[in-house]
Design a protein around this ligand. Sequence first.
Ligand code: GLY
Length: 273
Amino acid sequence: MVGTTLGARSFTFSHAITRKPGQSITDGLRAVDTGAPSLELMESHHKDYVAALKSAGAQVVELPALEQFPDGLFVEDAALCLREGAVIMRPGAPSRLGESAAIAPTLLQFYEEVAMIEGLGQGSGYIEGGDILVTEREILVGLSKRTDTMGVKQLRDIVSRWGYTVREVVTPRGVLHFKTDCSLLDEETILSTRKLSNSGCFDGYEIIHVAEGEEAAANTIRFNDLVIMPSGFPKTAEILDKAGYHVREIGNSECAKLDGGMSCLSLRFSRFV
Ligand code: GLY
């Protein structure tokens, strides 16, 4: 039987799942074409990312590349992992739908309860993990081009029986995912762009804003004592350092070409057997 961990459930973890990038990353989705990502450089960044997770205490399950899914390395979008169970998402991007089935066997190795978001009639019932921010007190889900109200409703129905409250919020226009613009730093604190926090969705939380011009630094992850953030954003790194966080910077130039970031690259969860 799986037990529980001590510490904040929203950022205290024992495990992470990652998936290696493959040759097909050049076909990955992107809002704006800023050039083909280099697999060699992406692999190097990915190794640094996995090493950072391990240094934070993670047992990392490193899955092989899935060439049929160019965006498959962004495993976060295919599932939500909570202490009580996992939920398999239903991505709103048609080319990513099959990633859900691909992640299921791995989740079943760790969880007794794995629920699924179902497709509903008339093309509704979509939700991607990148739109979900789990905090200590609630789960925020940003509606976006990838996540609709029927997807949020299904998630709420599933996780409410595990005691979670789901709050539907809005991802800013032109932003891929809710968490493209924010991250959890601790029980009370969110790192956010001003564009997102101006919506008021974080009222009641402490907010640390990324530095002006460094909006792409907003997607970080807190894993135990470590905040893992993309490199190239020195002002935001300094803000976090001065606020007392232990920061590790990881190259993200190639994933950024596919609108991917630190949170997208892993599923983070606690399992003590
Ligand atoms: N390339 C990541 C996504 O659009 O889902």
